[in-house]
Structure formats: C-alpha cells, structure tokens
Design a protein around this ligand. Sequence first.
Ligand SMILES: C[S@@+](CC[C@H](N)C(=O)[O-])C[C@H]1O[C@@H](n2cnc3c(N)ncnc32)[C@H](O)[C@@H]1O
Length: 254
Amino acid sequence: MKRTSTTVAILVSLLGATNHTSARGAEKLASDNARTVQPDRYVCVVEDMLKLCEPEKGFWIDLGAGKGQVAIPLIEKTGNPVTMLDPNAEAMAEGLEAARAKGLEDRLFAVVGVAEDMPFPDNTVNFVASRGSIFFWNDPGKGLREVYRVLRPGGKAMIGGGHGSGYPKEATVEVIEQRKKKMDGEGEEAEKWSKFVKLRRPKQMQEWAEAAGLPKFQVMGKGAISAEDKRVGQGIWLLFEKKPEITARKEEDK
Ligand SMILES: C[S@@+](CC[C@H](N)C(=O)[O-])C[C@H]1O[C@@H](n2cnc3c(N)ncnc32)[C@H](O)[C@@H]1O
C-alpha cells in the first residue's frame, strides 16, 4: 500500500471552519453558494454522474472540489457523505460553511491535497467525481493513476468538465457562442480561451487516460464548444471503473 502523506494533508474539520463564522458570514456564504448552484449546471452534472455511473454508496470523493459545488448537490441527491480533496483549503472551508447552512454538516468533509498524491489508501474509494479540475493538474496522467489506485474494485470515476445534459438548451448555446467569440478575438484573452478549448478536447482526455495506463475507459462529450453528445451535453468527460480483479484472482486461487 502506498504511504499516505499525512503531514501534507490536513483534515479541515467542519467544526474548525465554523468557529470563525459569524451568522452574517454564514448567510452570505449560503447565498453565494445558491448563486453558484443556480441555474444549476452543477445539479445537471450531478444528475449525469449518477445516471452514468450508478455509484455504490460508501466513500465518495469530489476531486478538485473547490467550494464543493459538485459535492453538495451529490449529497442532496443521494444522502451519501462526500469528502472534498483540493489544494485550496479556503475554498473548501467555504464549501463546509455552505453545507452547514444547508444542514449537511455531518456529510461533507475536506482534505487538503492534490490528485497526483491522493492521501487515501489503495482500494478504498467507491466513487470519484471531479468537475473542472483535471485541466489544472500538474500531471493529469499521474492524477488519473492515483484515482485508479484509490478506487475499490467496482469503484467508478467520472472526471472532466461541462454543464450537464439537462442544462437548458438556450443557455448551452449561449455558453458555446460566448466561448467561440472569445477565442476568435485577439491577444491574451483569445490565447487563453484557445488553450481552454484545446485542453478540453476528447483527444486530450484520451491521451491523459492512456498516459495513466487505465485498462479501460470511455471518453464522453465533444468538448468545450460542442453539445453534440446527448449523454453529457456540452463538455468532456472520462469515465472508468476499477475492475474487481482482486476477487476474481482469489476465486482462481481456490
Ligand atoms: C475551476 S475549479 C473547479 C471547482 C469545482 N469542482 C467546480 O466544478 O466548480 C478547479 C479546482 O481544481 C483545484 N486543483 C488545482 N490543481 C489541483 C490538483 N493538482 N489536484 C486537485 N485539485 C486541483 C483548484 O484548487 C480548484 O479548486
């Protein structure tokens, strides 16, 4: 089993986060979160995740969770607890406070760390959800290898970015048009958006999955400026499952 970097990973307890929060602060965070979640690309993404992965209940991680924009609707939809993992402790503390404001304080947890060195034991995680984060990892191949390592046999991962297949069509078209306009401009802004779109191509996702040596995976979606894949709508997603080979091997040994 891989040695976990407990010195680096700090468990941010909900209790600790809320000690510093005034009632007004909590209200503001709750309303910030409500603004982030409406008009609910996150809820749409979570619906796709649950439909496509049908994850087993248990140990779920929101990887690159930020403020828990995916984690919170995941909990709301399923009741299953979620642990956020992100290098940004402050963002996660906001997520914890938002969860408390919604009465979900006993289901959302936070660990400071990175995808490339996940502070969890092998074969322990039932589901890894990750939206909008892999594009920022220093080494996506290494991060995906780590995800595979921590998944339990039968555990699933859905990693990528997008607005979800249920996101309103007009809003999706608007997002895509805006991005195309920004890309077609000039200077740094145009460069930034070209890079944004380039990183979110199906081919790029496939290369990262191959670099990780994933035995089997599926790339869904056509990227940042397309909504042609009806399964996920606009965006790009990588789906994989850790095959239950440990059990199979045990059976063979008998
Ligand atoms: C654009 S935000 C996405 C937040 C949220 N998941 C969402 O969908 O809105 C990207 C997040 O990835 C995190 N991140 C950056 N590098 C990372 C890494 N190597 N491992 C895990 N998370 C990382 C950032 O701190 C940030 O919170």
